[in-house]
Design a protein. Structure first.
Length: 431
């Protein structure tokens, strides 16, 4: 069965894109022939080509080419003009392409992708699947529209179910992400290789320093400002540790502000933003533990401006990659983290935004080398048992076969939309 996978962000290769790519490399054995369509070229599109997938580029309008969040915050008139004049015609061209290629189902990896390219799917009787990989980072109206356009929803964690309207939840299926499990590296050799590579960038690691890694792009909801504060407290308390934050930036204002905070922290020789780091497994294997300080919801003051930060985690890939490298994690209790981490067994869990708890967990992990060893080993078992790439591919394929075998009629879609409207009236607005 042919399935069209629409990649609305070909210019990014973050966790959501990596997770989909891995599943697509294994989904063929489960009866799915993927066709990956992008509105323009980029790093994700090239990664799909490199993996041997069938990749197509579809001519897209300017609003798709310059894809960003501005449309979601535009006026109602501006949204209507773009939706009717650009996105609906593009969606029709996507549907026409799907029919020519003999596609049975359309898969969208983000809610924005479904909104911008899936408008014509329902009228054309093409079933749609939305893969929801985190708490929806879009406004209430846009999220309701995404739920109205989707036929089945793949959730990467059970914790995401409350994000959906009550009438939608029976059409949600939980399929955990999977990661590769390369052969564990020798600890001493991995640390030596990491220390050498960092020294080439002018970063000095002490022989007895505990190394904490964080796979977190410098964006507010990842909570690196909380990690900085906890690191400062721990080092002030006498901890010999270094913190390495790897991840490409997507929020220039926050990244500049965070860099200033680091420069003024007094621990700038111990806390480093590494940017994009290609050898993730090597970084994690050379570290002693991984920290994921993501926030749930908070107000953050950056200079003269205060912003509201809302988390959008789902099932953080960084945790699974840390387990695959046999390293324990320190993580905040957000989204699906508690479906991954067993407190004290393979990691330590703390409250989001609680710098004291995070500091204590960092100090605790640094001082218990034997615990880190055992927790890392258990984390590897967890990934192999519950979060394999094969299991993720099989779960996704099952959902695609299910909706292809039972596509909704137009009448059924209309009835569902009416019920969703009733749900929306009864739901309180998010503050």
């Amino acid at each position: 069965m042919r399935v069209l996978f629409f990649g609305d962000v070909p210019h990014r290769l973050a966790g959501a894109q990596k997770s989909l790519l891995l599943s697509l490399t294994r989904i063929g054995v489960h009866g799915i022939e993927p066709v990956v369509v992008f509105p323009f070229d980029g790093i994700f599109a090239q990664a799909c080509r490199d993996a041997g997938l069938d990749v197509r580029l579809l001519d897209s309008p300017p609003s798709m080419q310059a894809f960003n969040r501005q449309l979601l915050h535009a006026s109602t008139f501006a949204k209507a003009r773009v939706l009717g004049g650009e996105l609906l015609p593009f969606s029709r061209s996507l549907v026409d392409f799907a029919h020519r290629e003999g596609v049975s189902v359309l898969h969208f990896n983000t809610a924005r992708g479904l909104i911008t390219a899936g408008l014509a799917a329902g009228p054309a009787n093409l079933p749609t699947v939305l893969h929801q990989r985190g708490v929806p980072p879009i406004g209430r109206g846009a999220w309701l529209l995404a739920q109205a356009l989707g036929d089945v929803f793949v959730l990467v964690a059970k914790a995401l179910l409350p994000c959906f309207a009550p009438s939608i939840r029976s059409r949600c299926r939980v399929v955990y992400n999977g990661v590769l499990t390369p052969k564990p590296m020798d600890r001493a050799a991995a640390r030596a290789a990491l220390v050498q590579r960092l020294s080439e960038r002018g970063i000095v690691i002490g022989e007895r320093s505990t190394i904490f890694a964080s796979l977190s792009s410098p964006t507010p909801f990842k909570g690196l400002h909380h990690l900085l504060e906890a690191a400062k407290r721990a080092i002030t308390d006498g901890l010999d540790a270094v913190f390495l934050c790897a991840g490409a930036g997507s929020d220039d204002e926050y990244e500049r502000w965070l860099a200033t905070q680091i420069a003024q922290s007094g621990i700038q020789e111990r806390f480093h933003l590494l940017g994009f780091w290609r050898d993730v497994h090597g970084l994690l294997s050379g570290a002693d533990a991984t920290v994921l300080p993501s926030v749930d919801e908070e107000r953050l003051r950056m200079g003269e401006r205060t912003i509201v930060v809302r988390g959008s985690e789902g099932l953080p890939r960084a945790i699974l990659e840390s387990f695959a490298a046999e390293r324990p994690v320190i993580a905040t209790r957000v989204a699906g983290v508690e479906e991954q981490v067993d407190h004290e067994v393979d990691g330590l869990l703390v409250s989001p935004g609680n710098d004291t708890e995070l500091t204590n967990a960092i100090i605790d992990a640094a001082r218990r080398a034997d615990w880190r060893e055992g927790a890392g080993t258990e984390g590897r078992r967890v990934v192999e048992r519950r979060f394999s790439v094969d299991a993720a591919a099989r779960g996704l394929a099952d959902v695609l076969h299910e909706i292809a075998a039972n596509p909704p009629s137009r009448v059924r879609r209309l009835a569902r939309s009416a019920q969703l409207f009733k749900d929306a009236i009864g739901q309180p607005k998010r503050a």
